[in-house]
Write a protein that binds this ligand. Structure first.
Ligand SMILES: Cc1ncc(COP(=O)(O)O)c(C=O)c1O
Length: 409
């Protein structure tokens, strides 16, 4: 195992797994067991005392495994391997979906009487979690439009009992970016600073590093780029303060939403290629977005390298390295043109989700964001002429041809 500091691409293949603990296996085996045998009743007593936080573990004590709902070897391995991918992270916790990760963070940090500030648009599931679960618990929830730096600062400074700021940037599906560093700075106006959580699903972990800009927690739907093949559901929480991750793991044990061993193993096998895949997907998308931007059937392509608004360009340049593989096409012909485009695609598939090696396209207003009212859609900047495209690793010329064919009148 490499002990000196190495780059993330190396660390992801060398840390977190010790072959000596697994009969010399070069790759981690899957530990399919729900429970663990203790070496003695005293060891069992100690393991529970450590797990429940009744005693502090000794410096080199790893803590015996107890029961797979609390943790298990495949979770520990993939959690260790995720850490170097997120600059500034000290620890990671894996969940059985992105929503499981997000709901655990909100439930762990917010209590009746507290307040949360969040950006809109948010992924529909997160938005509805806030409306249907968090607000009914007696928690005040204050939305701020994505990209409105001044509005965000004001909301953070003015909201009493603020415990959490939740930012999704870029926003899905408008790609509007929110300034993470400005939010982090505004938190300091509170005598007891609230925490800042960033859903980094769309550009992380390769192109955007929220902890480096002052965020406390980074969240992922690992179903997307981290998993990368549209064949598993997973979620991840990472933090600069390992104690915060311990809190999430404690609630995870009660909610029972840890990622299971097989899924951990699959996710683990995908991590070493996440930056390769994302770089290729981003290059593909950039080439395609540039060419589609001038197409006569297209009103506008929403894509970071095509931003025109100076504030959006500033945020993009300050906190992202590459534009990524998500773009939204707005059709001059409205919803009928958007549907015709989706119907005619032959390489890209008409499906929700994103971040896989295969290109996917969907109509947000009637699918991923269909639970939003007309007013909420308008506020979020989403309209019926939009199609969101997640560009995969196919050859970009084939994809471009597919899109141009689908655009033919
Ligand atoms: C930005 C974002 N966050 C969270 C989620 C939820 O993740 P999951 O579907 O893995 O629960 C999604 C899913 O599409 C997403 O796009």
């Amino acid at each position: 195992m490499a002990t000196h500091r190495v780059h993330p691409e190396t660390a992801v293949l060398t840390r977190g797994f010790d072959p000596r603990l697994s009969v010399g296996a070069a790759r981690p085996p899957v530990y399919r067991t729900s429970t663990y045998v203790f070496s003695s009743p005293e060891a069992a007593e100690r393991a529970f005392a450590v797990a429940l936080g009744k005693v502090q573990p000794d410096e080199l004590e790893t803590g015996d495994l107890i029961y797979a709902r609390l943790s298990h070897p495949n979770a520990e391995i993939v959690e260790d391997q995720l850490v170097p991918l997120e600059p500034g992270a000290q620890a990671a916790a894996v969940f059985n979906s992105g929503m499981a990760a997000i709901s655990t963070v909100l439930l762990a940090l917010l209590h009746p009487g507290d307040a949360i500030v969040y950006t809109i648009p948010l992924y529909g599931g997160t938005y509805h979690l806030i409306q249907r679960v968090i607000i009914p618990l007696g928690i005040e929830a204050r939305p701020v439009e994505a990209g409105d730096t001044r509005g965000l600062k004001r909301a953070i400074e003015e909201t009493e009992n603020l415990r959490l700021v939740f930012i999704e940037t870029p926003a899905n599906p408008t790609l509007v970016m929110t300034d993470i560093g400005a939010a982090a700075a505004a938190l300091r106006s509170h005598s007891e600073p609230p925490l800042l959580a960033v859903d980094n699903t769309l550009l992380g972990p390769t192109f955007q590093h929220p902890l480096a800009h002052g965020a406390d927690l980074v969240l992922y739907s690992a179903t997307k780029f981290l998993g990368g093949f549209s064949d598993l559901l997973a979620g991840v929480v990472m933090a600069a303060d390992a104690e915060l991750v311990v809190r999430m793991r404690r609630l995870r044990a009660l909610l029972g939403n840890i990622l299971q061993a097989d899924e951990c193993w699959i996710l683990d096998s995908r991590l070493s290629t996440v930056s390769l895949r994302m770089n290729r997907q981003s290059k593909n998308a950039q080439r395609i977005a540039t060419r589609l931007a001038d197409h006569p059937a297209i009103k506008r392509v929403y894509y970071p390298s095509l931003f025109a608004d100076p504030e959006q360009c500033r945020i993009r340049d300050a906190q992202t390295d590459f534009p990524g593989s998500l773009m939204t096409l707005e059709f001059k012909g409205g919803k009928p043109a958007a549907f015709d485009f989706l119907r005619r695609l032959t390489i890209a598939r008409n499906a929700v989700s994103l971040g896989g090696v295969e290109s996917l396209a969907c109509h947000p207003a009637t699918t991923t964001h269909s639970e939003l009212s007309a007013e909420e859609l308008a506020q979020a900047g989403i309209n019926e002429a939009m199609v969101r495209v997640s560009v995969g690793t196919e050859h970009w010329r084939d994809l471009l041809e597919d899109f141009l064919n689908a655009l033919k009148p």
